[in-house]
Design a protein around this ligand. Structure first.
Ligand code: ZN
Length: 184
């Protein structure tokens, strides 16, 4: 499947700001994994401190610090995703960086990640995108991409016939004659 450019993805206007819905959906999927990863690291760290019987103090401390370090690495990934989300949603980069720095604070980081994830979900839902437990599903993601077959995601721009050459799904006439605006 030819990869569509960022600009080809479906956009929405929220409070006068252009929102790249597909990019927001992609960031949100990553955020969900980051939240789970950070929570698991913290839980692991707490458990390692609470079970001194099986592990020596030194071993417990090294497990604890390794997990805390892993949580920090995930938080840094969270900062990158937050900046990416702000860019896709037309939001202030300053706010994104401040939120990102808060992520480095243990425990607060998980809360901030959850809040940002909730914000992305709200943004997607208010624009008619269905968001599941694990974010936007792959079929839903394909539906969001302008000029892509709603069934398999194949690039259908410029096609002369009304069936997807890849999977045979009928393509609505509107999609065929709705070229992507190059100015977007
Ligand atoms: Zn198709």
């Amino acid at each position: 499947m030819p990869k569509l450019r960022y600009a080809d993805t479906r956009t929405a206007f929220v409070d006068g700001k252009r929102v790249y819905l597909v990019e927001v959906a992609r960031v949100q999927r990553v955020l969900i994994y980051l939240v789970m990863g950070v929570v698991l690291c913290y839980l692991g760290a707490i458990v390692s401190l609470m079970s001194p019987v099986r592990m020596s103090g030194w071993a417990a401390m090294s497990v604890f610090s390794t997990l805390l370090l892993a949580a920090m690495v995930l938080a840094i990934c969270g900062i990158v995703q937050t900046v990416r989300l702000a860019t896709a949603a037309g939001e202030s980069l300053t706010v994104a960086v401040i939120a990102g720095l808060a992520m480095l604070v243990p425990l607060l980081g998980a809360v901030v990640l959850l809040l940002i994830n909730g914000r992305a979900t709200g943004l997607l839902k208010s624009n008619g995108v269905s968001v599941g437990l694990m974010g936007v599903s792959t079929p839903e993601m394909k539906r969001l991409i302008v000029g892509a077959c709603a069934s398999c995601g194949y690039d259908i721009r410029g096609l002369q016939h009304n069936r997807c050459p890849e999977c045979g799904t009928a393509i609505p006439v509107l999609d065929l004659f709705n070229p992507v605006n190059p100015c977007q």
